[in-house]
Design a binder for this molecule. Structure first.
Ligand code: ITT
Length: 194
């Protein structure tokens, strides 16, 4: 099956490629000529996942290309911040998107806060005739300082439940065995019959 991956995030692509079986042939946005930034104006992860997948689908239709589309919208919800940054995780510290500044802002906002519980959430939107959503959630806590060099985004600050290390200290294999994205992909694969 050929699926266009509706994400411009190189690190998501790396993770998704490892999570999906070789029977799923992934096509990048660049391969179908989509290089512009896709607007994410929704107020939930579901809405943004749909906006991204539907934008790509329309562009494919214009080119008479008949591929399925898969998008990924993810966000970190911190309990002490009433669920922020949530749907605004990518631009928490403002535009342009900057992972390092987002992490600094998160640490600043949580300064002296000992309530560090957080959840990481991924919503996949799959459009192939019909539109379907697959959600993955992982609980954890926010570290007091960035640790580790693997992964991307908030990985240096997110410690998954049951671990003492941040996602960025864990190998990609370990992150992919327990992450929000891995849980969502497992549901997606079950639906595909894999
Ligand atoms: P696309 O919209 O092109 O897919 P994006 O980076 O804008 O890429 P999101 O809108 O889903 O992706 O933004 C989610 C934010 O959360 C962004 O800052 C990411 O760096 C971060 N993020 C997403 N998945 C993550 C993960 O597994 N670990 C750490 N941070 C992650």
């Amino acid at each position: 099956m050929k699926i266009v991956l509706a994400t411009a995030n190189k690190n998501k692509i790396i993770e998704l490629k490892k999570l999906l079986p070789s029977s799923v042939q992934l096509i990048s946005l660049a391969e179908v000529g989509i290089t512009e930034e896709i607007p994410e104006t929704g107020s939930t992860l579901e809405e943004n996942a749909f906006l991204k997948a539907n934008y790509v689908l329309k562009k494919l239709n214009e080119q008479k290309l008949n591929y399925a589309v898969l998008s990924d919208d993810s966000g970190l919800e911190v309990k002490a911040l009433n669920g922020k940054p949530g749907v605004n995780s990518a631009i928490y510290a403002g535009l342009p998107k900057n992972d390092h500044l987002n992490n600094i802002k998160l640490l600043t906002d949580l300064k002296k806060c000992t309530k560090r519980q957080a959840t990481f959430k991924t919503v996949l939107c799959f459009i192939n005739q019909k539109t379907e959503y697959f959600e993955g959630i992982v609980n954890g806590t926010i570290a007091y300082e960035p640790k580790g060099i693997n992964g991307f985004g908030y990985d240096p600050l997110f410690i998954p439940q049951g671990y003492r290390s941040t996602f960025a200290e864990l190998s990609l294999e370990t992150k992919n065995s327990l992450s929000h994205r891995a849980i969502a992909v497992a549901k997606f694969l079950k639906r595909l019959g894999n």
